[in-house]
Design a protein around this ligand. Structure first.
Ligand code: PLP
Ligand code: TYF
Length: 394
């Protein structure tokens, strides 16, 4: 049987991680994989996470199974953090998953059971793993215009026109904030207009929220999600704790499903529990327990929020510095989009050849579509990148 296997296309982002590691040049700069790094290049364990782990170590007397859907305190804490006032508890089922990716997969499985004929609409471009998972599952997909290559801002007119083609019961996959890979985001008024289109078409919003707290703030970054989920009769949200709690390898995520009628909640919850059982049975506990411990303790929550805010403002400062540096070097404001984008990523708009040149000549690694991870920079490397961008003729 194994002789029939065919090589799978590698994930380009993960492949780039390997290429960077193998590069022996001094001063190489990694702007590839979407992992937060501090100015010294480390991905730190957050203070509140460390403290929560100590408390768990002290208090935990057993490692026996929890429940198939995960720890109730984690699910309620995350539901509130993501949806706040838009949370309708009677109509919302929640599931602990293996990271945000696990939540995406379970959301798609759930939606397919509910509507075997659905098409999933994704932004062009979107996180490559979205496309890969959808193709692997054999789900029909459609793309909606999202990004304007000329301005490196959004193409909202195109987006609206394409979303209007969604049919009742289709899924519209939206990035809650900090769009990956472009960095261009919707304004709250644009979210409102998207919500109206969803209402008109009967398509169901499916929000992927992987960077809450990395853009404009914890509440600000969830405002669009809250708006569409609050307005929609049915909705799905896949939230990740990897970035905002810095617990990537612990694999903590949550799937929220809002149903049209409270009478359907138990059915949805039961199906979600079933999906966990079919895939990996009990979800991992450690990361979820860290998050729960932080969210249930006011002092830990405050400390976590303060550190997350430092992370966010650090990235924002680097964006401003890079835009300023490029203004100076080019005598134009054509790179100002870098300071208008939010989150870890920006699509620079360089050609593949320019991306290659920047890598070959400067040992600066970005993804082939010219996505760069702002958090891979620091005050000293920003001018180096700015010069490389100009020298490559971007
Ligand atoms: N969605 C997007 C857009 C992402 O960039 C990521 C990134 O890692 C995820 C979901 C899921 O993350 P994880 O499965 O590591 O929680
Ligand atoms: O887009 C990124 O870089 C992050 C990390 O298969 C990542 O979301 C990238 C690829 C992948 C899993 C995670």
């Amino acid at each position: 049987m194994f002789g029939t296997l065919k090589p799978q296309a590698p994930d380009k982002i993960l492949a780039l991680m390997g290429e960077f590691k193998a590069d022996t040049r001094q001063g190489k700069i990694d702007l590839g994989v979407g992992v937060y790094k501090d100015p010294t290049g480390l991905t730190p364990v957050m203070r509140a996470v460390r403290e929560a782990e100590k408390r768990i170590w002290d208090a935990e007397t057993t490692k026996t199974y929890t429940t198939l859907i995960g720890e109730p305190g984690y699910l309620s804490g995350m539901s509130r953090m993501v949806l706040a006032d838009a949370l309708d508890t009677d109509r919302t089922a929640a599931l602990s998953t293996v990271g945000g990716t696990g939540a995406i997969r379970q959301a798609l499985e759930l939606a397919r059971i509910g509507n075997p004929d659905l098409t999933v609409h994704v932004s062009d471009p979107t996180w490559p793993n979205h496309v890969s998972i959808l193709n692997f599952m054999g789900l029909p997909t459609a793309t909606y215009r999202y990004f304007d290559d000329a301005t490196r801002g959004g193409d909202f007119e195109g987006m609206k026109a394409d979303l209007a083609r969604a049919r009742k019961g289709d899924l519209v996959l939206l990035h809650g904030c900090c769009h990956n890979p472009t960095g261009a985001n919707l304004t709250l008024d644009q979210w409102r207009q998207v919500s109206e289109i969803l209402d008109r078409t009967g398509a169901v919003p499916f929000v992927d929220l992987a960077y809450q707290g990395f853009g404009d703030g914890l509440d600000e970054d969830a405002a669009g999600t809250r708006l569409v989920v609050g307005n929609a009769p049915e909705a799905l949200v896949a939230a990740s704790c990897s970035k905002n709690f810095g617990i990537y390898r612990e694999r903590a995520g949550v799937l929220l499903a809002k149903v049209a009628d409270p009478a359907q909640r138990d059915l949805a919850q039961g199906t979600m529990s079933f999906l966990n059982r079919q895939t990996y049975s009990f979800p991992p506990d450690h990361g979820a327990r860290i998050v729960m411990t932080i969210l249930e303790d006011a002092a830990l929550t405050a400390d976590w929020k303060a550190e997350l805010e430092e992370v966010r403002l650090g990235m924002l400062g680097l964006r401003q510095q890079l835009a300023a540096e490029l203004r100076e070097l080019t005598g134009s404001d054509r790179f100002d989009f870098l300071e208008h984008h939010r989150g870890m990523f920006s699509r620079l708009g360089a050609t593949p050849a320019q991306v290659q040149k920047i890598k070959d000549e400067n040992a600066i690694y970005m993804v082939g579509d010219s996505r760069l991870n702002i958090a891979g920079l620091n005050r000293d490397s920003v001018p180096i990148l700015a010069r490389a961008i100009v020298e490559a003729g971007v």
